[in-house]
Write a protein that binds this ligand. Sequence first.
Ligand code: GLN
Length: 235
Amino acid sequence: AAVAPRADVAGQTFVIATDTTFAPFEYREDGELTGIDMDLIRDIAAQQGFSVEIQSLGFDAALQALQSNQVDGVIAGMSITDERQAIFDFSDPYFDSGVQMAVAEGDTTITGYDDLRGETVVAKRGSEGETFANSIKDQYGFAVKALADSATMYDDVKAGNSVAVFDDYPVLAYGINQNNGLMSVTEKEQGSSYGFAVNKGQNAELLAAFNAGLAELKSTGDYQRILDTYLEQPA
Ligand code: GLN
């Protein structure tokens, strides 16, 4: 069924910031930005009659760009946390996530947090993974190094500069499934769901359009189709 575009956003262009490499949510394929987040925001925009200009800034940079009003919104596998809700307004949740630890494939020395004593782990600056790692680092006696993007973090672990990475488990699982040289050794931690964010009290019409569009994509089955496109395991 056709949806009547929301009059208050129709014809407008919104600048949306995202992470650089966070497959399967945002990543480049043949130079083009693709992934679950990209399909969602583009489909919702088309359905609700607005345009988007996507800026692939990196996660922490995207949040800072939003806070300083350089962009209208962020979609970046961004977890809906209490701290962030103090400064951002979030859409309805669209994906359940959480943090997990991974190590270099074949590394038999790190099988749990207890093995991290005296070691350095890596996490993304400004992410839930960094917050989680920092929350247990004193208990387990390790140091946390912050880097800007997932690809660099994974390289750091594979190069042996850090013994482990803390990142979102759907992203780790996707990479590991593609033989990215990592493996997970611990259970996933409880985490928050992803939401689309705007600045608190601003762009309320954009947020409403996102929520209306997401609900429509769920009811038509397109939301599930998008997830299946990126998450289905090869046979
Ligand atoms: N979901 C995590 C967070 O919001 C990480 C997001 C990301 O790395 N793009 O902190």
